[in-house]
Write a protein that binds this ligand. Structure first.
Ligand code: BG6
Length: 467
């Protein structure tokens, strides 16, 4: 793989505030939607009462242990770390006039620590959480006023960190609201499609406002969107299957189309009409949407198949999307189908469609690890998964796709989003904590730690084409 990755390729890892920080009420932090879902993004919405606890309340205690963790990332040679700012540390209820200084100070300390090692932050403004206060008092993204509250938050953090953070993302996996509306847009899970698309519209407008603000405030700042790259293949070459696949791929590409091109794609008119969906879009909204992102970022874990025949439809047990299993692919312990070539294909699809730089901001294997008696962890399955995906990234770069960087998901074990499990581990660094919250939180290097360090140090030359 010598020479395929560009010289300034941003190698690193990605985490999210609500999955690592813990300290869920520290220093004035307000409750977020994530704090109300202790069982994960598809779990029940649980009112918090004094004394109760969920695994995310402590998570891996990154809030207090970040210096040790950043030092470990630096030891692997990270050029970049993706994390998110917890909106509720800055605006605890969401609608305050002035920000919470203690929350702002925490991220100053975090970014300064990263700067010590030359690790660039890539910051998501909202990763699967928003202030619960905005849900309770305004109905979340269903209300237009949430756009203004978000813009105030975005402008506040751009001003504060404009000399420390140059790469920003607006909403994590923005297309996920179609499947988890409480997590995505703060609406009840059973909301109808009109309500969900209206809230999504408000979020798309808010994203465009953040893009504009970033361009105004952050010198040399770049801001991208973030899509769940759920690429779908037709199960057969039947034209009906192909058409259905195109339709379902448009469900998620729609978000990228608006954010990268600046307007609603033509196909959505028919989709809205035939599904009885009403969305109020003002002329001012249309103007705002014209402020487009600088780059496309996305997560990629698996591909899936589509058929027009409902009788063949069964679930591939993905955490997010129900897809028909691909008979040519193996699956992870969690039923996610492993498809490295799909990543090359997806990179090409997105680059053909948008001609904007791409950033792979999540990719990884959730697996159970075994700690040997001597404390070592031999996670060759993880090394193979990541190696094979990175080989395909190199191929896509060779195809001419402009790839800015790669941040693997969960470089340190963290709480999973879908089911709030610790046992679904993604890390190069093991954290001693189990699903019940027992454990010392001690950090330990896995075999993959040394493998990834070599990949970064060799700028990808150590990757092995195992095909
Ligand atoms: C993405 C999310 O969907 O997938 C992350 O952006 C999440 O927050 C990751 O953790 C992996 O999913 P899970 O459910 O295995 O944590």
């Amino acid at each position: 793989m010598n020479g395929k990755f560009p010289q300034h390729f941003l190698w690193g890892g990605a985490v999210a505030a609500n999955q690592v920080e813990g300290a869920y009420q520290a220093d004035g932090k307000g409750l977020s939607t994530s704090d109300l879902q202790p069982q994960g993004i598809f779990g029940a919405i649980t009112p918090r009462t004094a004394g109760d606890s969920g695994i995310k309340d402590v998570a891996i205690d990154f809030y207090h242990r970040y210096p040790e963790d950043i030092a470990l990332f630096a030891e692997m040679g990270f050029k970049c770390l993706r994390t998110s700012i917890a909106w509720t540390r800055i605006f605890p209820q969401g609608d305050e006039e002035t920000p919470n200084e203690a929350g702002l100070a925490f991220y100053d300390r975090l970014f300064d620590e990263m700067a010590k090692y030359g690790i660039q932050p890539l910051i998501t403004l909202s990763h699967y959480e928003m202030p619960y206060g905005l849900v309770k008092h305004y109905g979340g993204w269903g209300d237009r006023r949430t756009i203004d509250f978000f813009e105030r938050y975005a402008r506040t953090v751009f001003e504060r960190y404009k000399h420390k953070v140059k790469h920003w993302l607006t909403f994590n996996e923005i297309n996920m609201s179609l499947h988890a509306p409480f997590t995505g847009v703060g609406l009840p899970q059973e909301s109808d499609k009109s309500a969900i698309y209206q809230a999504i519209h408000h979020q798309l407008v808010a994203s465009a406002r953040a893009v504009k603000a970033c361009h105004e405030i952050v010198p040399e700042g770049k801001i991208g969107n973030m899509l769940l790259g759920g690429i779908l293949y037709p199960l057969s070459c039947k034209p009906e299957d192909l058409l259905e696949t195109q339709r379902q791929n448009r469900d998620w590409l729609f978000f990228g189309d608006v954010q990268a091109r600046g307007y609603y794609p033509a196909y959505m008119q028919r989709f809205f009409r035939e599904n009885g969906i009403q969305v109020a879009i003002t002329e001012e909204d249309r103007q705002t949407l014209r402020e487009t992102i600088d780059f496309i970022s996305f997560s990629y874990y698996m591909s899936g198949c589509v058929t027009a025949d409902p009788a063949q439809y069964e679930s591939a047990r993905g955490n997010i999307l129900d897809m028909v299993p691909n008979p040519h692919l193996a699956s992870s312990e969690w039923g996610w189908q492993i498809d490295p070539i799909g990543l090359r294909y997806l990179l090409n699809v997105l680059y053909d469609r948008y001609q904007k730089p791409l950033f792979i901001v999540e990719n990884g294997l959730g697996a159970k690890d075994r700690v040997e008696a001597d404390g070592s962890i031999h996670d060759d399955y993880r090394i193979n998964y990541l190696n094979d995906h990175l080989v395909q990234v190199a191929e896509a770069i060779d195809d001419g796709v402009e790839v800015m960087g790669y941040t693997s998901w969960g470089p340190i074990d963290l709480v999973s989003a879908s089911k709030a499990e610790m046992s679904k581990r993604y890390g190069f660094i093991h954290v001693d904590r189990d699903d019940a919250g027992n454990g010392s939180l001690e950090r330990r290097r896995k075999k993959s730690f040394y493998w990834y360090r070599d990949v970064i140090h060799s700028n990808g030359a150590s990757l092995k084409d195992r095909r």
